[in-house]
Design a protein around this ligand. Structure first.
Ligand code: SF4
Length: 426
């Protein structure tokens, strides 16, 4: 039996790199230190994984060699007029770059699952606000704000490993020295650990942001309730915010459910910028999927856009109300799709799903999903972080190198290898 230490977990975008794993006879016998999502990622994925490449043709599904499935994928992509290249939020950075290269080469559209990162990253750049790095927050932040972020459902170790409970270099007693505030439209599991539980009326986030801004800059306080928050709760929140030295704001996908999400995020970023004039204040989006931040940053760097990137006229264009996956599917723009490790059926409306089911689809997947079940070509790939390495970008933008420790099955390629083969044959 081998005991492996400091293995990065690929269960979510925190990529906790302190996991200990016992490996015996080429498989995982025990996992230490991970949360339930991480343990599931390490253990269940091996038991449920896809093993056979398949082609669905003339109403019949047949198992084929992986190379034959890749050739069929090349045939579909080469003969299509307009291809959807979708997913990559659970892929390595190297694979994301290949996905963008493929979309560019075939004049397709590159899109990925909805993410708070898509909206936040360009605004951070626009207003010159820096993203809060998790290690710095652990060491120095004494006021933590979770805005629309229910960690208990998504990033289970966020509070215990990076932001609330651990001792830092400056915040030496950890939890005792940190004030936690949650801002949400309802109580969530994470509000239990917060001293300030701000329940904001639905649709009134902008009012709250504006009142925080006024109270912060004018050193005054309101005598009324604010967006459904009592005057007393608001005043005590402002008192602690003003007395803090390092404020770390985490923005979660709960904000995405607001109609005016763009305005809310822009105003949160502007508020953080304003607070930064008097003390350290950072904002960190909580990426929904393993590498939502990587897709966002790489797409932005390569094309200037974060999602819904259309290459059909040569140079990249993004106008989500026209170029997003849903809008283009509904207009019947695509005649083929390649989907890489993404559960697209849960990201698009039923009407768009119907359109997707009408066109040939290629799925690269680790485990069985609805996409792999309905795909014309299914290509199983090796398990990222367990069998194959590469880099993933953590939710705060830091690149984490994976440390694979298991041998993949014979004749199975990584997602990166499959895309390289497809690109070289098109
Ligand atoms: S919080 Fe995320 S990265 Fe950390 S152990 Fe859990 S699933 Fe893995």
């Amino acid at each position: 039996m081998k005991k492996l230490t400091d293995i990065p977990c690929t269960g979510c975008s925190l990529l906790c790199d302190d996991i200990v794993i016992d490996v015996s006879d080429g498989s995982i016998s025990k996992v230490y230190g991970s949360c339930s999502h991480g343990t599931k990622r390490f253990k269940e994925v091996l038991a449920t994984r896809l093993l056979e490449a398949k082609i669905f043709e003339n109403g019949i599904t047949r198992s084929v060699a992986t190379e034959d499935a890749i050739d069929k994928a090349v045939e579909i992509l080469s003969s299509a007029e307009k291809v959807l290249v979708y997913g990559f939020e659970n892929s390595t950075n190297e694979t994301i770059e290949l996905g963008l290269a493929l979309a560019e080469k075939i004049g397709g559209t590159f899109d990925t699952s909805p993410s708070i990162c898509h909206l936040t990253v360009p605004l951070l750049e626009k207003y010159g606000v820096r993203i809060g790095e998790l290690e710095e927050i652990l060491d120095k932040a004494d006021f933590i704000v979770f805005w629309g972020a229910n960690l208990a459902d998504t990033h289970l170790r966020q509070a215990s490993r990076y932001s609330v409970f651990p001792r830092g270099e400056i915040v030496k007693t950890g939890r005792e020295n940190r004030i936690v505030a949650t801002i949400d439209v309802r109580k969530t599991k994470v509000t239990r650990i917060a001293q300030h539980q701000l329940i904001v009326n639905i649709g009134e986030d902008l009012d709250l942001i504006s009142k925080i801004q006024d109270a912060f800059s004018q050193e005054s306080s309101t005598e009324d309730d604010v967006a459904g928050i009592s005057q007393l709760s608001f005043a005590t929140f402002m008192h602690d915010l003003k007395n803090a030295t390092f404020v770390a704001v985490f923005v979660g996908s709960g904000v995405m459910y607001s109609i005016n999400v763009d305005q809310i995020i822009e105003n949160i970023v502007k508020l953080v910028k304003s607070i930064s004039t008097k003390k350290t204040c950072t904002v960190t989006p909580l990426a929904e999927n393993l590498n939502s931040m990587g897709v966002t940053l790489i797409s932005k760097k390569k094309t200037g856009f974060t999602y819904a990137i259309d290459f059909s006229n040569g140079s990249p264009v993004s106008n989500p109300s026209v170029t997003s996956v849903t809008n283009q599917l509904l207009r019947g723009n695509f005649d083929a799709a390649i989907i890489v490790k993404s559960d697209i059926f849960t990201h698009i409306p039923r009407s768009a799903t119907k359109q997707l089911l009408k066109i040939p689809t290629i799925a690269l997947e680790e485990i069985p999903t609805l996409v792999s079940e309905f795909a014309s070509v299914t290509i199983p790939v090796t398990l990222t972080g367990l069998e194959t390495g590469g880099y993933i970008t953590r939710t705060d933008g830091k690149k984490i190198e994976l440390k694979p420790f298991l041998k993949p099955p014979k004749n199975m390629f990584s997602e990166e290898e499959v895309l390289r083969k497809i690109l070289s044959k098109i």
